[in-house]
Write a protein that binds this ligand. Structure first.
Ligand SMILES: Cc1cc2nc3c(=O)[nH]c(=O)nc-3n(C[C@H](O)[C@H](O)[C@H](O)COP(=O)(O)OP(=O)(O)OC[C@H]3O[C@@H](n4cnc5c(N)ncnc54)[C@H](O)[C@@H]3O)c2cc1C
Length: 574
C-alpha cells in the first residue's frame, strides 16, 4: 500500500468526504459469492454433525480432529494465493466465511484468524518469493499452523518496548533470545512471525530497531509454556514462547531490518478487521435465537416479544449488528479495490464491533432471563467469549488514541505549513491562497452527500454538517495544544468516538442507498428504519462529544484518579 494512498477517514479529519470511495456500497463478485456459499454450507454442515462448542469450551480444547477438518474445508488457505495452494479469496469473501465460523463458536475464528489474519499475514505482505514458496503451501493446506508473536510480559500496548533481541552473527545467522506471552495458536503452531529488536548502525550510533523474523518450531532453544486458563475462547491455544540462543538462518528476516514495527502494524490492520467481521457473524446467529425465544417465551400471558422493553433490546442489537456489518464490509470493499489506506477504518471497525458485541452478549443474557445464565445454553459462553475482543489486536483504549492521533496527523501537518506561511507570507503566498480558497469553499458551499439517496437527505445533511464541525474542532484543538494533544487523552477519545460515529453514518448511508436503488423505498423500509435509529443517535453523540471538547469535567476526573492512585484505597467516610 502506498504511503499516500487515499483514506476515507484521514480525509474526513480534514473535512473532506471521499464520496467516490464510499459509494456505491461494495458488492461481491457473483462467482466468488457462489464459492463462499459452497464453503459456508459445508462448514455449517460439518459443525452441525461434528462440532460441540459447549464441549470444546468445557474441556478447553477442540474435540479430536477439529483442526484437521478445518484444514480439509480449506479454511487455512482462504487468503493465500492459488500458486501456493490457497483459495486467493478477496477480503470480503474471507470476511463472510470468517463470520460464519464465528457464528458456530467463539474459539474457531480466533484459531483461524490467528493463523490467516495475523500468523501468516506478514509472510503474505513482506515475504520474499523463496520464503513464500517454502512456507505457504504447508500453511495453506493446514499442515502447519501459524502464529504471530509480538506481546511480551513487559510489552503489551507499548509494543515498541519489546526486549526480545536478535543479533546478527558473523556467518549471517541471527541469535534470538527473549520471551513472548499470550500467543494465539502458540501450542500447535510450527510457523511463527516473531518481532525482535535488532541492533543497527544509524548515523554512527548503534540503535535497537524492531525487525520481523520467521521462526520455525523445532529449532534448538525454542520452547513453549503450558496452555493458559482463560475466561473465554477457551478451546483456542494461548501460550508463552521462550527463545534461548535460538539460531535463525540468515534468510529468516521478514521484510527489511528495522522495519518490523511497520510489518506488525500492517498485520494488525488485518487482524482488527477480522475481529469486527467475527463479531458480526456471531451477532447475526445470536439474533435468530433471541427473536425466536422472545416469541416463544410467555409471561403475563403474552410473548415477551410484545413488551416494548424487549422490543427495544432486539431493535438495538439489530441496529448495532447492521452498523458493524456496514462498516466492516465497506472496509473489506475498500481493501478489495486496492491501493487505499484502511488503517483507521479497520481500527474503527474493531472498536465499534467489539463494544457492540459485548453489549449484545450482555443484553442477550438479560433477554433470556435466568436461562441466559445457565451453562445449558450458549449465552453465558458467548458473553465470556466476547470479552476478549476489546482487549486483543490492540486494546480499544490504544486504538482510540491511534484513530484520533493518526487522523490528526494530516491536519496537523497542514496547520504547521499554514503557521510557516503566516510567518513568511511572501514565500508562503501560494499556500495561503489555497488555504483562503478552501475556507471560502467551506463557507459558501451547501455541502450535501450527493451520492446518498434523497430519501436519506435528513441524515446525509446531518452527516456533512457534522463532518465540517468535527474538522473545525480538530483544527482548533491542534492550534490550541500543538504537540500537547498527545497527552489530552480524554479529548482524543471524544474525537475518536466522533470519527467512529461518522464512519458508521457514512457506511449506513451508502449501504441503505444501494438497498433503496435495488428494491425501492418500500422494500428497504426496515433498512431505512435502521438508518433513522442509528443516524439520529450518532449525530447527537458527535454533537455531545464535540461540545465536551470545550466543556467537560476532565480536571475533576484527573484529580480524583490521582487521589485514588495516591491512596490506593476507597477512603470516603459515610
Ligand atoms: C487471549 C489472548 C490472546 C492473545 N493473542 C496474542 C497473539 O496472538 N499475539 C500477540 O502478540 N499478542 C497476543 N495477545 C496479547 C494482547 O494483544 C495484549 O494483551 C494487548 O495488546 C494488551 O496488552 P497488555 O495485556 O499487556 O495490557 P497493557 O498494555 O498492560 O494495558 C493495561 C490497560 O492499560 C491501558 N493502557 C495501556 N497503555 C495505555 C495508554 N498509553 N493510554 C491509555 N491506556 C493505556 C490498556 O488499554 C489496558 O486497558 C493476546 C492476549 C490475550 C488475552
Amino acid at each position: 500500500m502506498a504511503e499516500t494512498a487515499p483514506s476515507i477517514m484521514k480525509s474526513l479529519f480534514q473535512g473532506e468526504i471521499l464520496e467516490e470511495l464510499a459509494f456505491p456500497y461494495p458488492t461481491m463478485d457473483p462467482e466468488e459469492a457462489d464459492l463462499v456459499r459452497i464453503i459456508t454450507d459445508s462448514l455449517s454442515r460439518w459443525a452441525e454433525d461434528n462440532f460441540d462448542a459447549a464441549e470444546a469450551d468445557d474441556h478447553a480444547r477442540y474435540p479430536e480432529g477439529t483442526l484437521e477438518s478445518l484444514a480439509e474445508l480449506g479454511l487455512f488457505g482462504l487468503n493465500v494465493p492459488e500458486e501456493y495452494g490457497g483459495a486467493n479469496l478477496s477480503s470480503t469473501a474471507f470476511a463472510k466465511i470468517y463470520g460464519v465460523l464465528a457464528s458456530i463458536d467463539g474459539s474457531l475464528p480466533v484459531t483461524v484468524g490467528g493463523h490467516s489474519s495475523i500468523g501468516l499475514k506478514g509472510l503474505l505482505l513482506y515475504g520474499t518469493e523463496e520464503q513464500k514458496r517454502k512456507y505457504l503451501p504447508d500453511l495453506a493446506s493446514g499442515k502447519k499452523l501459524a502464529a504471530f508473536a509480538l506481546t511480551e510480559p513487559g510489552a503489551g500496548s507499548d509494543a515498541a518496548s519489546i526486549q526480545t533481541r536478535a543479533v546478527r552473527q558473523p556467518d549471517g545467522s541471527w541469535l534470538l533470545n527473549g520471551q513472548k506471552q499470550w500467543i494465539t495458536n502458540g501450542g500447535e503452531a510450527e510457523f511463527f512471525t516473531v518481532l525482535a529488536k535488532t541492533p543497527m548502525e544509524i548515523d554512527g550510533e548503534t540503535k535497537d530497531k524492531i525487525t520481523a523474523f520467521i521462526v520455525d518450531w523445532g529449532l534448538e532453544g525454542f520452547t513453549k509454556g503450558p496452555e493458559e486458563h482463560k475466561l473465554g475462547i477457551r478451546a483456542s491455544s494461548t501460550v508463552s514462547l521462550f527463545f534461548d540462543n535460538v539460531v535463525l538462518s540468515p534468510d529468516s528476516m521478514l521484510g527489511e531490518q528495522g522495519k518490523g514495527f511497520k510489518v506488525a502494524m500492517h498485520v494488525l490492520n488485518s487482524g482488527r478487521l477480522s475481529v469486527a467481521t467475527g463479531v458480526v457473524g456471531s451477532a447475526k446467529a445470536n439474533l435468530k435465537e433471541l427473536a425466536r425465544y422472545a416469541n416463544e417465551r410467555k409471561q403475563f400471558d403474552r410473548p415477551i416479544a410484545e413488551f416494548e422493553l424487549i422490543q427495544e433490546k432486539i431493535a438495538r442489537i439489530t441496529v448495532g449488528t447492521y452498523v458493524a456489518e456496514s462498516m466492516a464490509y465497506l472496509t473489506t470493499g475498500l481493501i478489495d479495490r486496492g491501493d487505499v489506506d484502511y488503517s483507521l477504518e479497520s481500527a474503527i471497525c474493531k472498536v465499534f464491533a467489539s463494544e457492540m458485541g459485548w453489549e449484545m452478549a450482555d443484553e442477550s443474557v438479560q433477554l433470556m432471563g435466568g436461562l441466559g445464565y445457565m451453562k445449558d445454553y450458549p449465552f453465558e459462553r458467548d458473553l465470556r467469549d466476547a470479552r476478549i475482543n476489546p482487549i486483543f489486536e490492540g486494546t480499544n483504549e490504544i486504538l482510540r488514541l491511534f484513530i484520533a492521533l493518526a487522523g490528526m496527523r494530516a491536519p496537523g501537518e497542514y496547520l504547521k505549513q499554514l503557521g510557516r506561511a503566516l510567518r513568511d507570507p511572501i514565500k508562503g503566498f501560494g499556500f495561503l491562497a489555497d488555504y483562503a480558497i478552501s475556507r471560502v469553499r467551506e463557507v459558501v458551499t451547501d455541502t450535501h452527500l450527493g451520492a446518498a439517496h434523497p430519501a436519506l437527505r435528513e441524515w446525509s445533511d446531518r452527516f456533512t454538517r457534522y463532518v465540517e464541525r468535527f474538522h473545525r474542532s480538530v483544527d482548533s484543538a491542534i492550534m490550541k495544544f500543538g504537540k500537547g494533544v498527545v497527552d489530552r487523552q480524554l479529548m482524543l477519545q471524544r474525537f475518536a468516538d466522533s470519527a467512529i460515529d461518522l464512519y458508521g453514518m457514512l457506511a449506513v448511508l451508502s449501504r441503505v442507498t444501494s438497498r433503496i436503488h435495488a428494491v425501492g423505498e418500500e422494500g428497504a423500509k426496515h433498512d431505512m428504519d435502521i438508518a433513522q435509529i442509528y443516524c439520529d443517535g450518532a449525530w447527537r453523540r458527535v454533537r455531545r462529544n464535540l461540545r465536551q471538547i470545550r466543556r467537560h469535567q476532565d480536571r475533576s476526573v484527573r484529580r480524583l484518579a490521582a487521589h485514588m492512585s495516591d491512596r490506593q484505597m476507597y477512603d470516603f467516610p459515610l
